[in-house]
Design a binder for this molecule. Structure first.
Ligand SMILES: [Zn+2]
Length: 165
């Protein structure tokens, strides 16, 4: 094949149109290698191939699926342990419901409630058997007997005096 100005112009034209080298060769009646070689010598700008983008003459590497040799694992679904369903709280039938023991009624020991006219000055340790109220006759209109009322109201008066001071 003689490269003339005409064929070179034709090559440039087809190249610029973006045809593949094989297509250019077919249209020009020359081999693809001749097109590639001439384009290289003409310093034609490499353009992305419409077929493959990883370079001229480098066929894309075929993806070969890797063969699994040996026994294959069973499907995951079969391997996965079955998760037991959460226990459903079964309602107890009314008849089967055990008889609740009747609450043992503990009679509370009646606290010594001082009579209104009795002194309710606490004596002893609260919560112990020794705890009791004074139970002496209270003063008229007062919750304490004379003795304890004196203590109580003296204390109150003392506190008030302290607060006032
Ligand atoms: Zn008293």
């Amino acid at each position: 094949m003689e490269w003339t100005d005409e064929t070179i112009a034709r090559l440039r034209e087809l190249w610029a149109e973006g045809h593949s080298t094989a297509e250019i060769g077919r249209r020009m009646g020359i081999s693809k290698n001749a097109v590639v070689g001439k384009a290289h010598r003409l310093n034609l700008i490499a353009r992305p191939s419409p077929i493959r983008r990883d370079g001229e003459g480098v066929p894309p590497r075929p993806v070969i699926p890797r063969r699994v040799s040996g026994p294959t694992l069973p499907p995951l679904a079969a391997e996965a342990p079955t998760v037991p369903a959460p226990p459903v709280a079964r309602p107890i039938p009314v008849r089967a419901r055990p008889e609740l023991p009747k609450p043992h009624v503990v009679r509370p020991v009646p606290m010594h409630t001082p009579r209104p006219q009795s002194c309710c000055w606490p004596l002893g340790e609260p919560g112990t058997r020794s705890f009791r109220f004074c139970d002496a006759v209270a003063m008229q209109g007062k919750p304490y007997c004379t003795e304890h009322a004196a203590i109580a109201y003296v204390k109150v008066r003392d506190r008030r005096e302290e607060a006032a001071a």
